[in-house]
Design a protein around this ligand. Structure first.
Ligand code: GLU
Length: 436
């Protein structure tokens, strides 16, 4: 008897709750509303729909830390493994005062779709600690990292859950995490995390990878629209690792970055901002505060500048129903995770704005994380040229896959990206079946 590998038994198709997308605050709802739309178009059977709506594991840990002044603080940390059907869970850890479980769940789901859209053999995860790293000393940061790592150590491992940097964490934090894990298992285990310093198993090109991926897909999008990155005007919201590197690489391709912003302020220069000078300023002053390479403008104004490409590269829920009607960019490249609320999507569609969705646009980071994990496991390291070439292949191919699906189903790039990734995850669930 032929076994139908492609579908689980089903009696009715998915009918998602259409009102869910009205919530512009909760990122998990924003993720779910996009998921629902793609699930409906894919005619996803209820069994798989139910499985994919729920995170596999959610761990909440208390993180007691002795502060420099002798007081004990107790922080709260999360790690969510959303789905591991395609491979070990993969996703960053953020340190931020605004971290919530709902946010970490959404980010873990986004990692699942992101890894699948670029076809990496990983599932999705995310972690976070509610804390203000900017007000902490290096010693306090190290103790938070180590105690949090110990708290979630039952999940971690190169075959189970592999963290990486995210908002307010970096290669130094990953080095402490790797050391803490290695001390507990009694051997040096490089592949337990990615985004490490190059001197200790990190990959060349990893730090620049997310910004490079943004530049590559923007180039593809502009070519598709009959435009050129060379000479295009750009505004970048968020000038951290992703935004600053994307700006620099786009400028190197001949683009004119006329607006940049971070939490300290927004700056405009019609002649083009000197991105290297801006990066140097941030290295010296920790933010753009006091930057003189452009006129200070309002943060909201930056989002509505008349540009070819807008790159939101900071946090969630930046493009909302309130400002979407005023956005004048032709292309939006979502360097951040979840920068656009689900309710704002139809407004951007109506205006004919071509949105490169986060799960595709910022997938360069996790793609080179995958390369780092592979190199660590082989113990054989690649040149930066090879890393960049392979990253270029994956980003260009993935952009093409999503674009083709969007034309085929007459849907926007976001829905097409969700359809592609959900169908890949769903296929693995069908093939593996349900363990009983
Ligand atoms: N934090 C990054 C992201 O959101 C990288 C994750 C990773 O490399 O695992 O994509």
């Amino acid at each position: 008897m032929a076994i139908d590998l492609l579908r689980l038994p089903t009696d009715s198709i998915v009918r998602p709750d259409k009102d869910r997308f009205l919530n512009e605050e909760n990122p998990f709802e924003a993720m779910m509303s996009r998921f629902d739309r793609a699930a409906e178009l894919l005619d996803l059977e209820p069994g798989i729909y139910k499985i994919l709506r729920n995170p596999e594991k959610q761990l909440i840990v208390s993180v007691p830390v002795m502060m420099d002044n002798g007081d004990v603080e107790v922080f709260t940390g999360y790690r969510v493994l959303y789905n591991t059907s395609r491979g070990p869970a993969k996703g960053g850890i953020r340190f931020d005062l605004n971290v919530t479980l709902e946010e970490v769940k959404a980010l873990a789901a986004w990692m699942t779709w992101k890894c699948a859209v670029v076809n990496l053999p990983f599932g999705g995860a995310k972690g976070g600690v509610i804390c203000d790293p900017l007000s902490m000393s290096v010693g306090e940061l190290e103790r938070v990292t180590r105690r949090y790592t110990k708290g979630i150590i039952s999940l971690l491992g190169p075959d189970t859950d592999v963290p990486a940097p995210d908002v307010n964490t970096n290669e130094r934090v990953m080095a402490w995490l790797m050391d803490t894990y290695s001390m507990h298992v009694g051997r040096t285990e490089n592949a337990v995390t990615t985004g490490k310093p190059v001197e200790m198993g990190g990959s060349l090109g990893r730090k620049e990878a997310t910004g490079r991926g943004c530049m590559l897909v923007t180039k593809e999008a502009l070519t598709h629209l009959g435009m050129d990155l060379n000479g295009a005007t750009i505004a970048v919201q968020g000038f951290g690792n992703v935004g600053s590197i994307a700006a620099r690489l786009m400028a190197q391709q001949g683009a004119k970055v006329i607006g940049i912003s971070d939490r300290a302020g927004a700056f405009y220069n019609a002649k083009g901002i000197d991105i290297d000078a801006a990066i140097k300023h941030v290295q010296q002053h920790r933010s753009l505060e006091g930057f003189t390479g452009g006129d200070a403008i309002d943060a909201e104004e930056l989002l509505t500048l008349e540009v070819d490409v807008l790159v939101p590269a900071a946090l969630e829920n930046v493009i909302t129903t309130k400002n979407a009607p005023r956005i004048r960019a032709k292309v939006i490249c979502e360097g951040a995770n979840g920068p656009t609320t689900a309710a704002a999507d139809p407004i951007l569609d109506e205006k004919g704005i071509f949105v490169i969705p986060d799960i595709l646009a910022n997938a360069g980071g996790v793609t080179v994380s995958y390369f780092e994990w592979v190199q660590d496991r082989m113990g054989y390291f690649w040149s930066e040229a090879i890393v960049n070439e392979r990253l270029g292949d994956i980003m260009t191919r993935s952009f093409g896959d999503v674009l083709q699906l969007s034309k085929q189903h007459r849907v926007n790039m976001r829905t097409a990206a969700y359809m592609l990734s959900i169908s890949r995850v769903a296929t693995v669930h069908r093939l593996r079946g349900i363990y009983a």
